[in-house]
Design a protein around this ligand. Structure first.
Ligand code: PRP
Length: 198
């Protein structure tokens, strides 16, 4: 695969990269903008009535969520959920608990859970079951990126921005060691730069 420096997309060396080299730009800002606009239209059409609560899973979804809600042309409420994993910090146990969730009742309301990326799908699987207990009218997921690597995709994701390559992706909310969330594009870090797993 051809290596594309971030500088070639931006026209100048990108000072946001801390001198790191990216393998390639996976999704540039214009591509993201166009697809987010389409997703907003799909979501608008999918919810002709009822209260819609758009819940962003922090932290990764914050950039995507901010752009997405501005493309949804109907009334909605925005809130966030914060999840933490149980067990061994080095190995994801697949069990999550909610550290923050909306206090307002979600019963009888449409919930749209917004995620930046689906990797193993474990986070969403757990969150879906936790939020289902709040007896919503519907509970759907919108993910900007989906790696589709789970052997059995246990959780259906109704709205997907892009199928994502199985690479270490940063930017547009996605981080590496909390860096790079503010990149306006999604880039793939070189293996030598991505020393730890997400
Ligand atoms: C990342 C990402 C998803 C999750 C996907 O979150 O934002 O929430 O991992 O992984 P999974 O499909 O294998 O469960 P992370 O724990 O890095 O937290 P962050 O959102 O604060 O970056």
């Amino acid at each position: 695969m051809m290596t594309v420096a971030a500088s070639s997309a931006a026209g100048v060396a990108d000072p946001r990269l801390l001198g790191r080299d990216v393998r390639r730009i996976a999704f540039d800002a214009e591509t993201l903008r166009a697809r987010v606009r389409e997703l907003g239209a799909e979501i608008t059409a999918a919810y002709p009535d009822g209260d819609l609560h758009v819940l962003g899973l922090l932290k990764g979804s914050f950039v995507f969520l901010a752009d997405l809600v501005r493309e949804i042309r109907r009334p909605l409420y925005v809130d966030f959920v914060v999840a933490a994993s149980y067990g061994d910090a080095m190995v994801s146990s697949g069990h999550v608990r909610l550290v923050y969730a909306p206090e307002a009742s979600l019963e009888g309301k449409h919930i749209l859970l917004v995620e930046d990326i689906v990797d193993s799908g474990r986070t969403l699987q757990e969150l879906k079951s936790l939020l289902s207990a709040r007896r919503p009218r519907s509970l759907e997921i919108c993910a900007l990126l989906h790696k589709r690597i789970a052997a059995q995709p246990a959780v259906p994701v109704r709205f997907v921005g892009f199928d994502a390559p199985n690479e270490f992706l940063v930017g547009y909310g996605l981080d590496h060691a909390e860096n790079f969330r503010h990149l306006p594009y999604v880039a793939s870090l070189k293996q030598s730069e991505a020393v730890t797993d997400r």
